[in-house]
Design a protein around this ligand. Structure first.
Ligand SMILES: O=P(O)(O)OC[C@H]1O[C@H](OP(=O)(O)OP(=O)(O)O)[C@H](O)[C@@H]1O
Ligand SMILES: Nc1ncnc2[nH]cnc12
Length: 171
């Protein structure tokens, strides 16, 4: 299936110069959403994975069905102030802004095998903050999986030390 054809591209959103890849057009079609998650599962199914970790909000949309299909747990990374338990935090820059992320301190046990999942790899800011959080908890990162990679933003450079990077659609 041509997943790229199902992703809507909107220029200059949310600010001038950004070419926004809108996955809502893919998600709203059941068979396409299903096939996209299946294709991502296929890429990682032979890896040993205890937990999938995904940053809000779009990381939840892709990460939870992937975790469910793998029989793995799901751990959310959220903006500060949203998680009720004790957290650790990390800062990051985005293609359009900067922010902080948080994870529950007890969400990942030392040595657990973690797959990080998000809808899209752009500058890599979100994912490097997510990596920092998992490393603080001493999780073992087995890989990072994205539905979309914006290769022109070189986000991969921020994923040093991550041996396996899985992507479905590249721009
Ligand atoms: O590689 P980066 O440059 O960090 O960009 C990628 C991140 O940006 C988007 O999330 P956003 O922060 O817009 O939040 P959302 O998922 O809540 O829409 C996207 O879902 C990724 O998480
Ligand atoms: N160009 C882009 N399209 C969609 N989501 C994004 N997150 C960061 N950059 C993005």
């Amino acid at each position: 299936m041509d997943f790229k054809e199902k992703i809507r591209v909107i220029q200059d959103f949310p600010q001038p110069g950004v070419s926004f890849k809108d996955i809502t057009t893919l998600l709203k079609e059941g068979p396409v959403f299903h096939a996209a998650i299946d294709a991502m599962v296929e890429q990682v199914k032979d890896r040993e994975i205890d937990v999938v970790v995904g940053p809000e909000a779009r990381g939840f949309v892709i990460g939870t069905p992937l975790a469910y299909a793998l029989g793995a747990g799901f751990v959310p990374i959220r903006k500060p102030g949203k998680l009720p338990g004790e957290t650790v935090e990390a800062g990051y820059n985005l293609e359009y802004g900067k922010d902080r992320l948080a994870i529950h301190k007890d969400a990942v046990q030392p040595g657990q095998k973690v797959l990080i999942v998000d809808d899209l790899l752009a500058t890599g800011g979100t994912i490097s903050a997510s990596l920092e959080l998992i490393r603080q908890l001493q999780g073992e990162i087995v890989g990072a999986a994205f539905m979309i990679e914006l290769t022109y933003l070189n986000g991969r450079e921020k994923l040093q030390g991550v041996n396996e990077i899985y992507t479905l659609v590249q721009y």
